[in-house]
Ligand binder design. Structure first.
Ligand SMILES: Cc1cc2nc3c(=O)[nH]c(=O)nc-3n(C[C@H](O)[C@H](O)[C@H](O)COP(=O)(O)OP(=O)(O)OC[C@H]3O[C@@H](n4cnc5c(N)ncnc54)[C@H](O)[C@@H]3O)c2cc1C
Length: 263
């Protein structure tokens, strides 16, 4: 299902609404949700996508609308819709299909929605953005489960001659996923082995133990819990001396804090 054509006279347009058609558990804590929509809606929903997540069981959500400048206009009163950032792991506009991997972390409106998702459930889309990558001969990819969809896309799209290192933090071997990477990129899975997500220093330590490569044609991409990302960003800017154009490091979630309140 997609939005009606064009904005209304007040300049507000409806959000695109996608419908769940299949749900698969790819690992014990990652649920893949296949959504369908019009080709235009699917093409516009990624790679990074702002999802409008209804309350579990809400079959007729009171969606917000979108202003010409992209700002969200929320309906008055309680609507129970949460705005959360996710990654379109796969987008196929021609088939009208979009896949999102949700980490079932046990708390929060988006994880709860994914945990209860069934065919026919609805999800809104309120804008999208790039993954902020820059092609380079040497890449560093650092992320936890939440960034695995983004890193999967980035490595799949990388030039086959790309070299580099990827550090991927997951709970354990059962959470590893097949990853197509250029042969020159060394992929290291790091296991928390019982340490709760957001409390491990695996990614920070791995980067701290890595020497900067000789080349300046390099790019570091980092997505994980915010405190870990802050430490890695400081290391890459300080010890490695990376310029802003040479790295993108953003917190994908915050330990102990919701990304934004549900309305
Ligand atoms: C650009 C971008 C792309 C993202 N892509 C994805 C993606 O493709 N798949 C994905 O699963 N996530 C992705 N995330 C992360 C996701 O947005 C957050 O995990 C978000 O907090 C989930 O919302 P929620 O409603 O489930 O929990 P919230 O209401 O935000 O938080 C509730 C509680 O859950 C905790 N929490 C949140 N996330 C986790 C976690 N992963 N592990 C343990 N505890 C957690 C919080 O600390 C808080 O205490 C992305 C984030 C960004 C910024």
């Amino acid at each position: 299902m997609s939005s009606p054509d064009g904005p209304a006279p007040d300049g507000l347009r409806a959000v695109d609404v996608l419908t769940v058609t299949a749900v698969t558990d790819v690992t014990p804590s990652v649920r893949r949700v296949l959504l369908t929509g019009s080709p235009d809606a699917v093409a516009a929903a990624g790679p990074t996508v702002n999802l409008l997540v209804p309350r579990v069981g809400d079959d007729a959500p009171r969606w917000p609308r979108i202003q010409r400048d992209g700002r969200i206009v929320w309906p008055e009163g309680s609507h129970g819709i949460a705005l959360r950032s996710y990654t379109a792991r796969r987008q196929d506009p021609a088939a009208g299909e979009l896949e999102i991997d949700f980490v079932l972390h046990g708390d929060g409106p988006a994880a709860a929605w994914a945990g209860a998702a069934r065919p026919g459930a609805l999800l809104g889309v309120a804008g999208a953005a790039s993954l902020a990558e820059r092609p380079a001969r040497w890449v560093l990819m650092v992320g936890d489960e939440t960034a695995l969809p983004a890193i999967t896309r980035l490595l799949a799209a990388a030039d086959p001659a790309t070299t580099g290192v990827a550090y991927l933090e997951v709970a354990g071997p059962e959470e590893e996923q097949p990853l197509a990477a250029p042969p020159g990129v060394a992929v290291h899975w790091l296991h928390r082995d019982g340490t709760p997500p957001g409390e491990s220093t695996l990614l920070v330590d791995a980067v701290a133990g890595l020497d900067r490569p000789e080349t300046d044609d390099l790019f570091a991409w980092v997505g994980a819990e915010s405190a870990a990302v802050r430490a890695i960003r400081a290391d890459l800017r300080g010890r490695w001396g990376l310029s802003r154009a040479q790295h993108h490091a953003i917190g994908y979630w915050r330990r102990g804090r919701a990304m934004s309140p549900a309305g």
